[in-house]
Design a protein around this ligand. Structure first.
Ligand code: 0XW
Ligand code: MG
Length: 367
């Protein structure tokens, strides 16, 4: 089963319902890169990588396509059997650029799953559940409005909420956290996400001003080194998100003892295969984590859900997918949807979703 064609598509995903507002950036439309791999025995596999704008983390939509252009010719004719060999082949063409390689990794697993007649979750070690919890991310907004949406989302079944903060004065951030807590209480677990935006001083102040509210403090400051200085100075558990730039960064954070958990992004860690390794490392240290990506349609959503289903539920912080912000689906027959705050794990072979033929238009590159 050899690769005989690779198509690359550029897909514009406008944000449904208005601007998505974070500390680092406001986004209105995202540029997703999709790869379609064809094999000589007629199978097709899909992968996707979609940075949430150019500022959130060091990923760039055009960079993804440039990296894919470097890698793709070297994959032509390659056998889809050993993911390790395919990874080696990609690494020999291009150093780094894990978020672009991730799209191929997902597509390889999609093909392999179809070939073997099993869902990707089985290739990743096996699902423990048939649906995974999602979480809802409350964008930076006025405290009352944030609390109102929080109540709504808890009513619709979300077991976890992430309150985005920063990029404004501390008083408003503290008010948002208090209002959400007063409104939802223990009905949902809470994360407060600084998206790299706070100084160490602001993070310490915020921690003290919200000391009795049980939340995990996600990526409060820009760098891992700044976050390391919070150890012993804040009372809330600290999670790393953007700082987990690759597998080595995760190992560093664990060995320094500065992370109580993680917000993981599949593409940032280099794909499902690399993230499965990190999942197992986290299991050794009983560390909780999510399985998300920064943005993307049904392909990336399916990938997150497959991996999420293999994580021990007591440590699983949920899968964030962009479905609430995207009009329609890539696969109208088997869409990845959040129902009652949870997402069913696809049961069909491979990813379990197939984009409608022709829906992405003409490829921007074909090999
Ligand atoms: C909530 N997310 C998973 C979606 C946005 O891309 C940001 C991200 C995060 O937790 O930082
Ligand atoms: Mg985050």
């Amino acid at each position: 089963m050899r690769i005989d064609q690779i198509n690359v598509y550029k897909v514009q995903l406008p944000v449904k319902g208005g601007t998505y507002r974070m500390a680092s950036d406001d986004v209105d439309a995202l540029d997703s890169t999709i790869v379609e791999i064809g094999t000589d025995d007629g199978l097709t596999g899909w992968g996707e990588t979609c940075p949430v704008g150019p500022v959130y983390q060091p990923h760039h939509a055009l960079g993804a396509r440039a990296a894919i252009a470097e890698i793709a010719p070297g994959l032509m004719g390659a056998e889809i059997a050993s993911i390790r060999l395919l990874t080696k082949c990609m690494d020999e063409r291009l150093n780094g650029h894990g978020y672009a390689k991730a799209a191929f990794d997902i597509a390889f697993l999609d093909v392999l799953g179809q070939r073997l007649g099993v869902p990707i979750s089985t290739l990743l070690g096996g699902a423990l559940v048939d649906r995974v919890p999602a979480y809802y991310s409350l964008i930076v907004g006025p405290p009352d409005e944030t609390a109102r949406i929080a109540a709504d989302k808890v009513k619709s079944g979300y077991p976890r909420l992430q309150v985005k903060i920063s990029g404004r004065n501390l008083e408003q951030d503290v008010a948002s956290i208090h209002k959400v807590w007063e409104t939802v209480g223990y009905k949902a677990r809470l994360a407060v996400d600084g998206n790299r935006g706070l100084t160490v001083a602001a993070a310490i102040h915020l921690d003290r001003l919200c000391h009795a509210i049980p939340f995990v403090f996600e990526q409060p400051c820009n760098t891992m080194d700044e976050i390391a200085t919070l150890k012993g100075r804040v009372t809330h558990p600290v999670y790393l998100d953007e700082s987990t730039e690759d597998q080595n960064a995760v190992l560093r954070a664990i060995s320094l003892g500065i992370a109580d958990g993680f917000g993981f992004k599949v593409t940032r860690l280099g794909g499902l295969t690399k993230m499965a390794t990190i999942r197992d490392v986290c299991a050794i240290r009983s560390l909780p984590h999510s399985c998300d990506d920064a943005w993307g349609g049904d392909i990336i959503a399916a990938a997150c859900v497959h991996l999420g289903s293999t994580v021990e539920p007591r440590r699983f912080e949920g899968a964030w997918i962009a479905q609430e912000y995207i009009e329609g689906h890539f696969d109208a027959k088997n869409p990845i949807v959040i129902e009652n705050g949870h997402i069913a794990v696809p049961q069909l072979p491979g990813l379990g979703i197939k984009p409608e033929p022709g829906m992405f238009g003409q490829p921007v590159a074909t090999y």
